[in-house]
Design a protein around this ligand. Sequence first.
Ligand SMILES: Cc1cc2nc3c(=O)[nH]c(=O)nc-3n(C[C@H](O)[C@H](O)[C@H](O)COP(=O)(O)OP(=O)(O)OC[C@H]3O[C@@H](n4cnc5c(N)ncnc54)[C@H](O)[C@@H]3O)c2cc1C
Length: 412
Amino acid sequence: MASSILVLGAGMVGTCTALHLQQLGFEVTLVDRRAPGQETSFGNAGLIQSEAVEPYAFPRDPGFLLNVALGRGAEVHWHARGLWHMAGSLLRYLRHSHPKLHAKATEAYSRLIAHATEEHELLMVAAGAEDLVAREGFRFVFRTPKALEEAAQRAAVLYDRFGVRYQAENTTQLAHAEPALRPSLAGAVHWLDPWAVNNPGALVQRYADLFVARGGRVLTGDAGSLQPSGAAWSVKTTEGHVDAGQAVLALGPWADGAIRQLGYRFPLFIKRGYHQHYSAPTPVRQPLLDAERGYVLAPMQRGLRLTTGAEFAPIDAPPTPVQLAKAEALARELVDLGQPLQEPPWMGARPCTADMLPVMGPAPNHKGLWFNFGHAHQGFTLGPVAGRLLAEMVQGQTTWIDPRPYLPSRFD
Ligand SMILES: Cc1cc2nc3c(=O)[nH]c(=O)nc-3n(C[C@H](O)[C@H](O)[C@H](O)COP(=O)(O)OP(=O)(O)OC[C@H]3O[C@@H](n4cnc5c(N)ncnc54)[C@H](O)[C@@H]3O)c2cc1C
């Protein structure tokens, strides 16, 4: 019993946690109500973002905020009920986004991001998943020379501080690199080291297949049924109750509901997002962010995927894909998108924390319970790093990254 452990949630974070615990000798059962990688880790932009050394701060530009308040632009959409629900966490998010605190968060965040591609590489090779990934970077494209110049200056700072490699491209260089783009753009910052996965859900499934091939169990069950049972933890699955000495909650955007039932109130919130695939007769070769408009285009197996920015709405509120319609119109200014390929569009939610750092470590008030969630805009990137760090903490060995900035006890 001592070496048995349940991992609840089979997204990128939970699946990688299960793999790493297994590698350290634990007998692991991975439990989800769906097949692995079918929720947030399915519908994202597929980017393994080695350039994302700074966590996503609350925007502070008054013009931008006015546009958001007035419902203009494609970057942000909100439901009044969503803002009301999340008000406490959002105010703390605003406070933590002050440049001084954001710089501190960046220090801790960048230490995780620094290992993202190397940790994915190890799993991809073992899982035989390298066919799903392209290693040619990711572009921020700009419509105006001023925005391009500012971004290039910022990229130079990130290179000096964190070694994030990039290349600034002018109109001609960008047109040469991406002939599918209409020739109206000022240029791009081409981040050279991020990777692009052309089917994010399939990558999680391959990692889960590796876990099973190595002797792990994947079961269907409801994390809401998790209960302490003597010195152990028990969860209800379609194969009956499963008991284990310890348990990890890796429920992504559903973590808040689960930990509230256990008496925890952490400053968590979500940013919903949508995607649609398009037939795009000549898609872009590499993913891009239309940086002054706030959506991503990423070539996928299924078509050209457009992903939207943040929607502040309750996780269970009906979809309102307002941003998708706006972003589609904006994207048509840049490329021949062709026809939308799915109905309805996909919707998911980024699991966010007010201090922009994930929650990884022991549950403060429950023996044998561990948390691994809150990876926000980069949970697909950070899954393997988060899985390894959590597994090392569970084993009680010295961890290869200092876990203190991410511990759940920081919210006490
Ligand atoms: C539009 C969009 C674009 C994004 N683009 C990127 C990107 O390019 N790169 C990047 O790194 N990140 C990106 N992200 C963020 C990233 O997708 C998430 O941070 C990441 O997928 C979170 O992974 P997770 O494993 O924590 O959560 P999930 O993948 O959501 O996994 C949680 C799992 O818990 C399960 N679960 C929930 N409740 C229960 C229950 N009661 N019982 C059993 N199981 C349950 C769910 O079924 C799910 O499988 C994007 C997000 C969005 C929305």
